[in-house]
Design a protein around this ligand. Sequence first.
Ligand code: SAH
Ligand code: SF4
Length: 353
Amino acid sequence: MKELIGLSFDALTQELIAMGEKPFRAKQLWHWIYNKGETDFSKMTTLAKPFQAKLAGLYTVTHPKIVTEQTSVDRTRKWLVEFQDGKQVECVYIPEADRGAVCISTQVGCAQGCRFCHTGTQKMMRNLTAGEIVGQFMTARDSYGEWPTPTDETRYLSNIVVMGMGEPLYNFDHLKTALRILMDGDGIAISKRKITVSTAGMADHIPELADLGVKLAVSLHAPNDDIRNQIMPINRKFPLKTLIEACKEYQRRSERRQFITMEYVMLKGINDQPEHARELMELVKGLEVKFNLIPFHYWDGAPFEPSSNNAIHRFSKILEENWFAAPIRRSRGEDIMAACGQLKSAKGNIDKG
Ligand code: SAH
Ligand code: SF4
């Protein structure tokens, strides 16, 4: 049985043509799957009964299974979801007053090994398929009963941040297919302006994000190569000069010079001094950026400590005095270990070989 979620619209059309169906049926089926969130062919009432039966004999429509669901005192919700092969990832919903972002994963584990990141300590198991990336958002909608796709103004699950487990740009083909499905106006319909992809700095693919029209967040975390090499191994392959050049190219290619969010995790005594803030401003010269200062979330055995509140505020103030936006990210869902860098996969690190 072949899974339909994750096939591009063209690929779905090809499947139907191969079955001897008219291509326009793809539009109806697409609407059932992605606008209504229906997984049972027999409930797709606008499709003829024999067609439903034929589909059921060949295909499945599966949303990843929820293994556990936890809701924080601040209403942040975290799911451990499981795919067909038993691999699991975490996925988080972060609510604001009248909207909210679903944070999705792109890999089981992560190969980048950033030293401050809990996910980075886990072995990289595999890339997620396009269907598994899209499926996490669909499962989140299931949990909130947000089907069929609500109009833009009324939906709670309004934004997507690709900031869960894994490095999205090392799974770029699947990511692209998934984003195109998520953005499709006849289906899930999350507009490109409401999607942000976060990368540790895989410079080769950064400019292409501008062609997709999605927003870019870069896990910068250091003002120079010396510090960045110590905390992020990816910097040896894509040093800051290459990374900043890729960011410039993204901005040249994006409509209206889309600003870039520079994420900066505050590590005590490592990257949190006033001279680091000044060096950082030099580094991003010529780019339109906003900073996002992230208090470090400690996990057991982590080789760093969080910067003091004073150090974080002092750092933010230096940037803001120089006309940079530099808010300090409010931590969400800490009581359920849903905050940045705390995600893990319960089964992901058991090698089933
Ligand atoms: N792999 C991508 C996206 C996932 S990580 C990337 O690295 O950008 C999402 C964000 O959380 C990144 O900015 C990451 O650097 C940050 N992060 C990781 N571990 C953290 C921790 N322990 N405390 C705070 N932020 C952390
Ligand atoms: Fe991977 Fe991002 Fe964690 Fe680095 S910060 S180990 S790239 S998930």
